[in-house]
Design a protein around this ligand. Structure first.
Ligand code: IPM
Ligand code: MG
Length: 357
């Protein structure tokens, strides 16, 4: 029995709806396993800009540092997408949080529930059994380097930078994870062109001998984009830089059937943050149709990684699996064969999961 303090940060758009369901799942786990979870809530993104003018208010950061784990929703608002000149943007809140909390490792497990084999646009015989764990570096690269304009604004630049230290600490996390899995590590870079990638590869090669039980391969990012679709089962653990990881994990989400199924964990020096990889999805916000399973699975990662509660985490994953086995679907993972009465909204599918915990 443990006492833990969890910060709920729903953010924008469907973040509000799905995180509410994720929180109910945590509550149910606490009741079932005799833990005490206390909660607080904080603002981020567009919601925080509206209230305070700042996408990551100091109050939010203070609450984040004081909590044992953070369940995060999504940030973003369509009004900024077509306004490249906006100086204050919801995404800045997310990036600042990653930097301030030292969340340098972003884990994105890509695993297909068997029941969803036909929800993907990739052929089932290519997909069946695919199980990949991405380690995306999250606090360096072109995301955080100097950026700006020159030549009276007619030329723009973004600097990509990595230090040996930054590459080594994420690489070690990935090597260690490979040890607990199928013992294969694929490091993805663009070392034929990019200098930070050459340093990346050098560091991986240097520490690889310390993990003789792990089979290491290096792939270029363009080839990886192709191989993920051609033969996803060839991958076990993949480690890559921030921008490559951002792009490849959206692509890989199709291996799991839908973005609506994918959870992620951001860990490092401070409090861990657990969030769906999908965004704020303003096109479906407020309609009650968003898929909460990624938030629920993020709660499962939170229990496992931040609290070391493996049995509790497994109970959540098992409940999700049972709900899918029973035939329940949200709109994004339904297909033409799904009976209309099995297509559930956000809260209704959440209830089905709660009933099975
Ligand atoms: C992600 C998102 C973010 C990123 C955006 C919202 C800034 O796409 O978490 O993958 O690019 O890292
Ligand atoms: Mg992304």
């Amino acid at each position: 029995m443990a006492t833990k303090h969890i910060l709920i940060v729903p953010g924008d758009g469907i973040g509000q709806e799905v995180t509410a369901v994720g929180k109910k799942v945590l509550d149910k786990i606490a009741a079932r396993f005799g833990h005490t979870f206390t909660y607080d809530e904080a603002l981020v993104g567009h919601a925080a800009i509206e209230a305070t003018g700042n996408p990551l208010p100091d109050e939010t950061l203070t609450k984040m540092r004081a909590s044992d784990a953070i369940l995060f929703g999504a940030v973003g608002h369509p009004k900024y997408d077509n306004d490249p000149s906006a100086k204050v943007r919801p995404e800045q809140g997310l990036l600042k949080m990653r930097k301030e909390l030292g969340l340098y490792a972003n884990l994105r497990p890509i695993k297909l529930f068997d029941e969803l084999l036909d929800a993907s646009s990739i052929k089932p015989e290519i997909l069946k059994g695919a199980d990949i764990l991405f380690f995306r570096e999250l606090t360096g690269d072109i995301y955080f380097g100097d950026k700006g304009r020159k030549n009276n604004g007619d030329t723009a630049f973004d600097i990509a930078e990595y230090s040996r230290f930054e590459v080594e600490r994420i690489a070690r996390k990935a090597f260690e994870a490979a040890r607990t899995r199928r013992k294969k590590l694929c490091s993805v870079d663009k070392a034929n062109v990019i200098e930070t990638s050459r340093l990346w590869r050098e560091v991986i090669q240097k520490i690889a001998p310390e993990y003789p039980d792990i089979e290491v391969e290096h792939q270029f990012v363009d080839a990886t984009a192709m191989l993920l679709i051609k033969d996803p089962r060839r991958f076990d653990v993949v480690v890559t830089a921030n921008l490559f990881g951002d792009i490849l994990t959206d692509e890989a989400s199709q291996i799991a059937g839908s973005m609506g199924m994918l959870a992620s964990a951001s860990i490092g020096d401070g409090t861990g943050v657990y969030e769906p990889i999908h965004g704020s999805a303003h096109d479906i916000t407020g309609k009650g149709v968003a898929n909460p399973l990624a938030s629920i699975l993020s709660a499962a990662l939170l229990l496992d990684i931040s609290f070391g509660m493996k049995a509790e985490s497994d109970a959540v994953i098992h409940a999700v699996d049972q709900v899918l086995k029973a035939g329940f679907r949200t709109r994004d993972i339904a297909n033409a064969q799904t009976p209309a009465d099995m297509i559930k909204g956000t809260d209704a599918i959440g209830e089905e999961v709660l009933n099975r915990i």
